[in-house]
Design a protein around this ligand. Structure first.
Ligand code: DGL
Length: 274
């Protein structure tokens, strides 16, 4: 009989803390471990092979730490590594363990959100180039028109705590305008990067009236609840003592300084080597 373990949440850095916050809000009874690969962030500009290698290392580590279920709370890792890990690696690591991403839950709800059936995606260069959103959306909803915009400056603005500053407006306005130049009929925009919720007040400011902004935290929270209800065997492997432990591959002091911006809970963090 396997010992139950925490639900693991992985991100390239701080961004996944926006998802962790929502998971804790939606499903507070579970234990969570969060790993931010801050020492190697950003992932958004890296090649498929590198993102896959880094993500697989993290997933293996989180399994070793007792998790049976890992959520890739990073769109870039979900886009570039999830499918290979699910199909190629999990069967040899442990067929009972699971890795889930953040793209599919967002894609599943998008048709309900959009009236015009024209959807926009804002993401990292890696996520946009992977074409994961258009591919996944068109698999489920072939009539939806999808346009994307890569926003390479947005993650650095958030990581460097500049997202509230007037300088951020320039880059936010530029990319929002670019997206709507590609398709003025868009009425729903997916924030396809876990860092971007921090910029959402500014993004809202530059969106045309009536356009909805789809943030992933609540959607991933609801989707995980549904998943655990449909998979009681996995639910039984998830321990429930309401504990949250944070880990970073960077120095702990540096993580503590910034993590509070993303996560309202107590920041008890330990260093971890991958
Ligand atoms: N948090 C990552 C995502 O959701 C982006 C950050 C990075 O580039 O590492 O795509």
């Amino acid at each position: 009989m396997k010992q139950p373990g925490p639900i693991a949440v992985f991100d390239s850095g701080y961004g996944g803390l926006t998802v962790l916050s929502k998971l804790v809000e939606h499903l507070p009874e579970y234990d969570y471990i969060y790993l931010g690969d801050n020492a190697r962030t950003p992932y958004g500009t890296r090649s498929f092979k590198v993102v896959y290698d880094y993500t697989l290392e993290a997933v293996r580590k989180l399994f070793e730490m007792g998790a049976h279920l890992v959520i890739l709370a990073c769109n870039t890792a979900s886009a570039k590594a999830l499918r290979s890990i699910q199909q190629r690696d999990l069967p040899t690591i442990d067929a009972q363990k699971r890795v889930l991403g953040v793209i599919r839950p967002s894609v599943e709800v998008v048709q309900q959100w959009s009236t015009t059936q024209h959807v926009g995606v804002l993401g990292t260069v890696g996520t946009v180039q992977s074409e994961s959103y258009p591919i996944e959306i068109n698999k489920l909803f072939p009539s939806i028109v999808v346009n994307q915009e890569a926003c390479p400056m947005w993650v650095p603005l958030v990581e460097n705590n500049e997202f509230n500053q007037p300088g951020a407006d320039y880059f936010v306005k530029q990319h929002v305008n670019n997206l709507f130049e590609k398709d003025p009929l868009i009425d729903t925009v997916i924030l396809g990067c876990t860092h971007y919720p921090l910029l959402s007040p500014k993004i809202q400011q530059y969106l045309p009236d009536g356009v909805k902004l789809l943030e992933q935290g609540d959607i991933v929270g609801e989707s995980l609840r549904d998943y655990l209800q449909r998979h009681p065997e996995m639910d039984a492997l998830c321990s429930k003592n309401a504990r949250v432990s944070l880990y970073t591959t960077e120095q702990v002091d540096k993580f503590k300084q910034t993590a509070g911006v993303f996560f309202s809970g107590e920041v008890n963090v330990e260093h971890l080597v991958l």
